[in-house]
Design a protein around this ligand. Sequence first.
Ligand SMILES: [Mg+2]
Length: 214
Amino acid sequence: MHVGDDVVLRYITRDGRPGMSWAARLVDDRADVVALFLPRGTPHKRWAHTSGGRALADTAWSTDTLRLMHPRQPYSIWLSWGDAGAFRGYYVNLEEPFRRTPIGFDTNDHQLDIVVTPDLRWSMKDENVVAERERDGSFSAEFLAELRRHADRAVGSIERRDPPFDGSWLAWRPDHSWPTPTLHPRWNVEPPMQWERRMWADPRASEAAASESG
Ligand SMILES: [Mg+2]
């Protein structure tokens, strides 16, 4: 993978399969940060609910988004711009630290998010969803405590104006000659790189694995 290439960003589900996935353009790849650009219209596979459960359906990403991912960090930070190019703010997406694959990057969402306005007012999003995951046993209490610590750490970073909240990426602009990224044909067959702590985080994943191996 090289800067300028189209890559695939995948959320790997607890049963070890590719779930929601996006095409993206790799726009920076350094030791401390990987930057992916997802322009409005980027191909995106998202869950659609059907009578038989859920299935991945084709859709298009709605907003120009730069996704900054730091190695071993439990969240990515997104910057988004509106149709007229106005900066709409940051979004802290709590997620598994990313893994590289031959076609892109694998992670999985951890439900909790932080919405940050351009003037750095922040609010937590989906705390109720996280609480429900605790009640139904799909997130362990230990994992949830860690998730909340990570969210608090991100809030500290926002309040201290650590990069990128210092505005250091605000001058970045996509090259408008770039074509829309295309989804790699192996997006759903390239073997997933799973998070090594998923069994600890998701008790149900470990139960499923135990019954499969038994
Ligand atoms: Mg999220």
